[in-house]
Design a protein around this ligand. Structure first.
Ligand code: ZN
Length: 183
């Protein structure tokens, strides 16, 4: 019988795990495979197209991406210990983060990126992505380095978001609500 994947709640802004440089993956074992499955399940449950391990409270260099959101099983990407090795061009567009719920900001990123990473077996590979995939690769790799997308915004915009979050925190309204409970 297939094991049911575990759905983790998403860790949100304010938790120090999101500001921490995650530890490299050194063991490519069955446990890592399970964690990867759990991360895909948690990402889909949260209605996301990318998820980094720190976002479920696990400070490890592991991220999953599926920009097609279950449409194409071949587009499921697992990145262990990713490094961005090439950036080209520019794209401008809206960006959000499951860990900064209900905010979305315009952010300029590279249009095309190449990442070098290991798969769940520990095998190194290179992947080049454009547009949304490039954005997702950069966003998730940032997470593994303790960086949120809002760190790329102007100080003015970032402070405005932080002030709004502080208000929500004071009111006790800064909590993660799974999409299933919002509906
Ligand atoms: Zn994010």
């Amino acid at each position: 019988m297939a094991r049911q994947p575990k759905i983790y709640p998403i860790v949100i802004y304010g938790d120090p795990v999101l500001d921490t440089y995650a530890a490299p993956i050194t063991k490519f074992d069955a446990e890592l495979k399970q964690l990867t499955e759990d991360m895909f399940a948690s990402m889909y449950a949260a209605h996301g197209v990318g998820l980094a391990a720190p976002q479920i409270g696990i400070s490890k260099q592991l991220a999953v991406i599926d920009i097609t959101f279950k449409e194409d099983p071949k587009s499921k990407i697992v990145l262990c210990n990713p490094e961005i090795i090439k950036k080209e061009g520019k794209q401008s567009g809206g960006e959000g983060c499951l860990s900064v719920p209900d905010f979305r900001e315009n952010l300029t990123r590279a249009k095309k990126v190449t990442v070098r990473a290991q798969d769940v077996e520990g095998k190194w590979f290179e992947l080049t992505g454009e547009d949304l995939l490039a954005r997702a690769i950069l966003h998730e790799t940032d997470h593994l380095h303790g960086k949120l997308y809002i760190s790329h915004l102007s100080a003015l915009k970032r402070d405005l978001i932080k002030r709004k979050i502080k208000k929500l925190q004071k009111a006790g309204d800064w909590v993660y609500v799974p999409p299933a409970e919002k509906e």
